[in-house]
Design a binder for this molecule. Structure first.
Ligand SMILES: C[S@@+](CC[C@H](N)C(=O)[O-])C[C@H]1O[C@@H](n2cnc3c(N)ncnc32)[C@H](O)[C@@H]1O
Length: 296
């Protein structure tokens, strides 16, 4: 069961709308860290005795999972980046200096190489492990992100990504404004982009997940889901519309999200009944991709 969530408004999309890019529990535990063991467990079971001297954590959020990573996988240095300055300050504040060798950096992974922080580019070709938990679905320019990851990763280095599958929404009137693709196509697209950049995928797993929530939890969770779809709005035609039309589109996205992700418990398949007070089931798909950079 989920505890109360706190959302952090942070980045804005091209339409100037605030996007809630992150959330963490009131008690400091990150939403996405709830199942945090998964990706780390996979690495540990694949490489029980391997040391990864330099680890890069992309989209570290609250830093909780980064600290867990630092404690679980032998390393010498961890660089944890996030493009949300609030999350970086939160992570720094909550990491006791001395206990961990983690450097937190405010950095968008999807900007061109020449614009990246020198603290990051100094690691070109040296990173032993790139780790990213529930982040890459936020990144629209996945091509540039993968180019950067490839330049950072050492030959023979490994990557492990856990990615949320963005479900296509049913939007009867305004579908043309939203860029949508099936979860399978999202996985195929990322795999192709990794391959194009010399990163070989060795394993990919799709999964479906269900969580029970109270309606109160949804009040906090759903704006994140709306935001995730809102970043995919085609801004070139959208910005030409008047405010009323734009609101109509956002409203359709909200309804589409409720239909796609939320079901009443015991009544799966029915539309989320607003205000019913009943417990709800939140269903999503995701995928794990792992692989490495080939030794030339
Ligand atoms: C859902 S949270 C995951 C946090 C953490 N990995 C965990 O599992 O607890 C996604 C994080 O990715 C960050 N993020 C989104 N786009 C990013 C980008 N282009 N570059 C770096 N970080 C990004 C967000 O700010 C947010 O903190």
């Amino acid at each position: 069961m989920c505890r109360r969530l706190v959302c952090r408004p942070s980045i804005r999309n091209p339409m100037g709308q605030v996007i809630l890019s992150n959330s963490y529990m009131a008690d400091g535990k990150a939403l996405c860290s709830l199942k945090r063991g998964n990706l780390i467990q996979t690495i540990l079971s694949d490489y029980p005795a391997r040391k990864f001297p330099i680890i890069l954590d992309i989209g570290c959020g609250s830093g909780n999972l980064t600290r867990f990573l630092a404690n679980s996988i032998p390393n010498e240095e961890i660089i944890a980046i996030d493009n949300d300055p609030d999350m970086v300050s939160f992570s720094v504040k909550n990491t006791t200096p001395g206990n961990f060798k983690i450097k937190f950096l405010c950095q968008d992974i999807s900007i061109p190489w020449a614009q990246l922080d020198p603290e990051l580019t100094r690691l070109a070709g040296q990173v032993d492990l790139i780790f990213s938990n529930y982040v890459l679905h936020w990144v629209i320019d996945i091509r540039t992100a993968c180019q950067n990851l490839s330049r950072l990763l050492k030959q023979g280095g490994l990557f492990y990504f856990n990615i949320f599958g963005v479900k296509p929404l049913s939007i009867p009137n305004f579908g043309k404004y939203l860029k949508q693709e099936s979860v399978e196509d999202q996985l195929a697209g990322i795999m192709a982009t990794l391959k194009l950049n010399g990163l070989q995928v060795t394993r990919q797993n799709m999964y479906s997940y269900e969580w029970h929530y109270t309606e109160k939890d949804f009040e906090v969770l759903m704006p994140l889901m709306y935001a995730m779809h809102n970043v995919r709005i085609d801004s070139t035609s959208f910005t030409k519309l008047d405010a009323l039309e734009r609101d109509k589109i956002r409203q359709e996205i909200r309804i589409g999200c409720n239909e796609a992700y939320l079901f009443q418990v015991g009544n799966k398949g029915k539309i989320y009944p607003v205000g019913s007070g009943d417990p709800l089931l939140y269903c999503y798909d995701g995928f794990v991709i792992q692989g490495g950079k080939l030794v030339k």
